[in-house]
Design a protein around this ligand. Structure first.
Ligand code: TXA
Ligand code: MG
Length: 346
């Protein structure tokens, strides 16, 4: 564990960052903070290095990785061309939580990064530790979220250690991440561009900049179609206990809690700051404020992980509007719950 201050401005932090960059250059894997979640980085040009990512995470190898850069000058080497809409999005949201998929130049990146696709997803993260690490390494850095495959993404160095300790060269600890859910993934090799994964930049924000965009039909509620982004088809973000999304009022949810407790089960509730004191259950965990969906996104993965420490048999979760960052929150909750819903009055 390499603890650095967020702006890497002490001599000690700078030398730890140097050490981490050196590990990347020697094809080792290193976890680092971004503004969304912690990433597990490796040299994107090296098969040996990228294989270590899949191995450490236990990740299926048909699921491509996002390539992280620290400067626009690194783009030309990686992609064939930059369509006008992609350029506008980069100018508006980079550095930031947006991954842009473009046609890649063949022969530059390890084939393991792109999992056989002709495209590559690229992003410039908005975090001083990430940007400096990438710059120091002098390499494009392939980095998925630094969790064990299937678990909630890590928003602190502790989460990374809990999942990957002993399997990676090190973690740069830059404190808690800010946004809390992953970047939005948008394919700009399509016209109109299509959102494959909702995330830190909302569809509404994107449409202000480039007009109408599609959204992968597989993301719509109850859709059975196969998602276009390979990673979206896996169960994900799941806490250990089964989870249900509850569409109904607080009294209805309390009634569900009581029914389960009568059968001897321990019940957890994913609530909000506004509602938490209104439930009587074995573990009621507030996840941000309903009046501020950014705060819900920020706390979401830590909350999902916290239920695992509570010896809970079943979790009931409140739900949120499918708007703004709410779309990303609900996408992750649906995955965590395996799309199990309970509706009041049905
Ligand atoms: O915020 C984030 O994006 C974090 C931080 C570390 O940057 N990274 C992250 O990576 O969430 P990962 O590997 O957990 O998720 C990448 C997603 C997967 O769903 C993957 O299938 C999709 O992006 N993806 C990557 N390249 C793609 C491509 N060429 N075509 C389609 N989907 C792609
Ligand atoms: Mg992930």
């Amino acid at each position: 564990l390499w603890s650095v201050d967020k702006y890497v401005d002490t001599i000690e932090s700078a030398s730890l960052l140097e050490e981490a960059a050196k590990a990347l250059k020697s094809d080792e894997v290193v976890a680092f903070p971004t503004e969304t979640v912690y990433g597990l980085g490796a040299n994107a040009k090296s098969d040996t290095a990228v294989e270590k990512i899949y191995k450490a995470k236990g990740r299926p190898n048909d699921n491509p990785l996002i390539v992280h850069i620290s400067d626009y000058s690194e783009l030309d080497e990686l992609v064939e061309s930059i369509p006008a809409k992609a350029k506008k999005l980069m100018d508006a949201f980079w550095p930031g939580p947006l991954t842009v998929i473009l046609e890649r130049k063949p022969g530059v990146l390890s084939e393991y990064v792109t999992a056989g696709l002709s495209t590559v997803g690229i992003r410039m993260p908005d975090h001083p530790v990430a940007l400096r690490l990438i710059k120091k390494s002098g390499l494009p850095i392939a980095a998925p979220s630094a969790n064990q495959s299937g678990r909630p993404s890590p928003t602190s160095a502790k989460h990374v250690m809990d999942d990957l300790s002993g399997r990676i060269a090190g973690v740069l600890d830059g404190g808690e991440t800010g946004v809390g859910v992953e970047s939005t993934v948008i394919d700009c090799s399509l016209e109109p561009p299509m959102i494959f994964r909702p995330g830190g930049i909302s569809k509404e924000q994107i449409e202000v900049v480039i007009g109408y965009v599609d959204i992968d039909p597989a993301l719509h509620e109850n859709e059975k179609e196969k998602p276009k982004s390979p990673g979206m088809k896996y169960t994900h973000y799941a806490p250990d206990a089964p989870m249900y999304l509850v569409e109904g009022d607080q009294a209805f949810l309390q009634q569900l809690i009581e029914e389960k407790r009568e059968t001897g089960l321990k019940v957890g509730v994913l609530a909000t700051e506004e509602s938490a004191t209104g439930y009587d259950a074995d573990a009621v965990i507030p996840c941000g404020s309903r009046g501020d969906l950014e705060s819900v996104a920020h706390s979401l993965y830590d909350t999902l992980r916290a239920f695992n420490e509570e010896n809970i048999d079943v979790i009931f979760s409140e739900v949120f509007p499918y708007q703004g960052i709410g779309l990303a929150i609900m996408n992750r909750l649906e995955k965590a719950a395996g799309k199990q819903w309970i509706y009041q009055g049905s």
